[in-house]
Design a protein around this ligand. Structure first.
Ligand SMILES: NC(=O)c1ccc[n+]([C@@H]2O[C@H](COP(=O)([O-])OP(=O)(O)OC[C@H]3O[C@@H](n4cnc5c(N)ncnc54)[C@H](OP(=O)(O)O)[C@@H]3O)[C@@H](O)[C@H]2O)c1
Ligand SMILES: [Zn+2]
Ligand SMILES: [Zn+2]
Length: 339
């Protein structure tokens, strides 16, 4: 990397072989007034990265954290040396009805990952200053990285639903999102149940703060009927499940959030009980700028931190992290560190 008319950035791009990456360098245009140049110090690997591996030349990674090394003349509120993170949302108009009401993540003019080059599998990035966030001092860059997508996604669901502390919440899928979801829901004050198809995750789920653990391999009609019912189910699983089981696990007026992105259409057969008990199936996406600051403050206050597996940010390191995630062997979030 060097300054001057722009910056030479080393990054790791997809190739025509899904799961394999190559080192590239590219030159950025000169820094604009409202931009910052960041040296990346850590980057989480999210399951969503894998959805974009099917075409070459894409720089993935949407949980980057780094240090500001240069900033445009118009940037306020940040200085050189600050540690910042950025999120899925890379730009938004900040002037439309959605932006003005705090929903910039749904702005029709937004730029979202993986568009743009300022993604996380790289040694540096140029970002608009309005879309970066100061990382609280209690977090190292590698601890903060998974908060920028995994943490934010879980926190956003709790926040937009205004989940009361009296609620019974179930987190389905104890991976990158799920293990932070347990911690956020517990700190929120809720009764938390972890639901996993991996029995060996029980002890760690309880350590993350779950009051109870259910193994989805035990699910039978009798088990579901007798199981405790939930006000909120936050599903973080990336495959199709027996969704009727989960709708049956909702209490009357309960909501199931689809946070995970299953492949293909999903099916719910038992529509009448859903109507009779006023159950809701809803989506929730990563998060808006206002919620990022709330999430970071909340995570710092409650000492919410990811459990990390480290990998070098090299083509081989990224491939290994992706492969281990696909194998389900990572407990609980892969984080890449530039070498
Ligand atoms: N809504 C959003 O804005 C948003 C943001 C980020 C990510 N996502 C999506 O959220 C999902 C989770 O992302 P992540 O990074 O947390 O992934 P992850 O670390 O791979 O965790 C997913 C978890 O799903 C469970 N799972 C995996 N395969 C399964 C199977 N065959 N049957 C049942 N359960 C299975 C596993 O938990 P157990 O072993 O405990 O069962 C696994 O740990 C992905 O689909 C991702 O694309 C959405
Ligand atoms: Zn993500
Ligand atoms: Zn807008």
């Amino acid at each position: 990397m060097s300054s001057g008319e722009g910056y030479d950035i080393t990054a790791f791009a997809t190739t025509d072989k899904p799961g394999q990456f190559e080192e590239i360098t590219y030159k950025t245009p000169p820094l604009k007034e409202d931009e910052v140049f960041i040296k990346i110090l850590a980057g989480g690997v999210c399951h969503t990265d894998m959805l974009f591996m099917n075409k070459p030349g894409v720089i993935l990674g949407h949980e980057p954290v780094g240090e500001i090394v240069d900033l445009g003349a118009g940037v306020r509120g940040h200085k050189k040396g600050d540690i910042v993170g950025w999120i899925f949302l890379r730009d938004a108009c900040l002037d439309c009805k959605k932006c003005r009401s705090g929903y910039d993540s749904m702005c029709p003019y937004r730029v979202s990952f993986p568009e743009g080059n300022n993604n996380g599998f790289a040694h540096g990035a140029v970002c608009k200053a309005k879309f970066i966030f100061a990382i609280p001092e209690c977090f190292t860059p590698r601890e903060a990285a998974p908060l920028m997508c995994a943490g934010l996604t879980l926190f956003t669901a709790l926040h937009i639903a205004q989940v009361p502390p009296t609620a019974h919440v179930a987190i389905v899928g104890i991976g990158g999102l799920g293990h932070l979801g347990i911690q956020f829901s517990r700190a929120w004050g809720c009764h938390v149940t972890a639901i996993s198809h991996t029995p060996s995750k029980k002890e760690e789920s309880l350590q993350f703060g779950a009051h109870e653990f259910l193994c989805s391999k035990d699910f039978t009609p009798e088990f579901i009927e007798q199981a405790p019912k939930f006000d909120y189910i936050l599903n973080t699983v990336s495959v199709n499940l027996e969704w009727d089981n989960y709708m049956d696990l909702l209490d009357s007026n309960g909501s199931m959030f689809m946070l995970g992105i299953p492949e293909g259409p999903i099916q719910i057969h038992k529509v009448l009980p859903m109507i009779a008990h006023q159950k809701t199936l809803r989506g929730s996406v990563n998060g808006s700028r206002y919620v990022v600051d709330l999430m970071l403050e909340f995570a710092a206050r409650h000492n919410i931190k990811p459990t990390i597996v480290d990998y070098p940010m090299t083509p081989e390191g990224i491939s290994k992290a992706i492969k281990d995630n696909e194998d389900g062997s990572i407990r609980y979030r892969a984080v890449l560190t530039p070498q």
